[in-house]
Design a protein around this ligand. Sequence first.
Ligand code: BGC
Length: 392
Amino acid sequence: MPGLRFPDGFLWGTATAAHQVEGGNVNNDWWLFEHDAAGICLEPSGDACDSWHRWGEDLDIVAGLGFGAYRFSLEWSRIEPEEGEWSSSSLEHYRAMCAGCHERGLVPIVTFHHFTSPRWLAARGGWEALDAPERFARFCEQAVGRLGDLVGWACTLNEPNIVAMMGYGYGIFPPAVRDWDRRLRVNDALCRAHRLATEALRSGPGEFPVGLTLSMNDWQAVPGGEERLAELRSESEDVYLEATAGDDFVGVQTYSRVRVDASGMLGPEPGVPVTQMGYEYWPLALGATVRRAAEVSGLPVVVTENGIGTEDDDQRHAFVTEALRALHSCIEDGVDVRGYVHWSLLDNFEWVLGYGPTFGLVSVDRETFDRHPKPSAGWLGSLAKANELEVP
Ligand code: BGC
């Protein structure tokens, strides 16, 4: 049987985020949260994967495996360590990373905010500070002024829906607030931050597509759950999909499905395996979410994250194979999908769960920081190079 070919120019990449891999990000809200003795984090991020120093090695691995893109994020607290104070050397660091991507034939997909905010903003109320969206847009303006000419694709905010829900609704991300009304107000603030940031990014140097990335679930109603599903999905996804009007693309990030009945979200269905994260192994979620993102937003889609936390690399291979088959069938049906970026390049700091879950194509020795590509890394890199998925 012939393989499944992807469109010419399809972007194949892999991703990381600053706080999860750089190490020593002591000046942001997450570092504080991780070190709260009464808190819920299983361990602190510490040196992470030491990618602040080893980014060149990381890029060599990404390019060597056969990928054409690398998605990474800028750490706001390094670039603006105190309000209005700009670190030229940190900006230069990220400029060198963008240049390093180009030197290796990688398109830099730059995310301007991936969950962490500087301590000074947290002290002023985080995303509840009335001018937080303006402060974020000003940061984007400064950053893009320095490296915009080298940016390939720009993502303003990573999963703002998760920032609002986990940080202000469930209280398991900083600032650990549990208040549904406050969460909904933070949704509004983040939508505004996205719009202002988009303007800032577009008015700087460089010509690149700008969008936001959204955490999306394959929402499935069990009979009687349709209405509740619509409500839940609306406040966690639709408000953001609506805020993408005028963007160049929407970034879809998918890991699993959620079933809903009349009383709310249900746990995993008996008989369906769960991953290290406790949610269901459900690779087909990718097709469902990509279709919905395209339909509601009317925009081209880039899969900016998809992957699985598992210690079984064969399971990763199987998961991605199924997910890519579903993605390919979206493309066959005419959905405009521009790329697939796998989460993650490295086994890294998985937020509250520390270094337990392993999403990486590459494992990292926690003492020496040596990188060891897993078999799935070679497989996915070759697939990327061939632009074709061989179907068993
Ligand atoms: C986030 C990543 C995280 C991944 C796996 C996404 O929600 O953007 O930071 O590591 O999922 O849980």
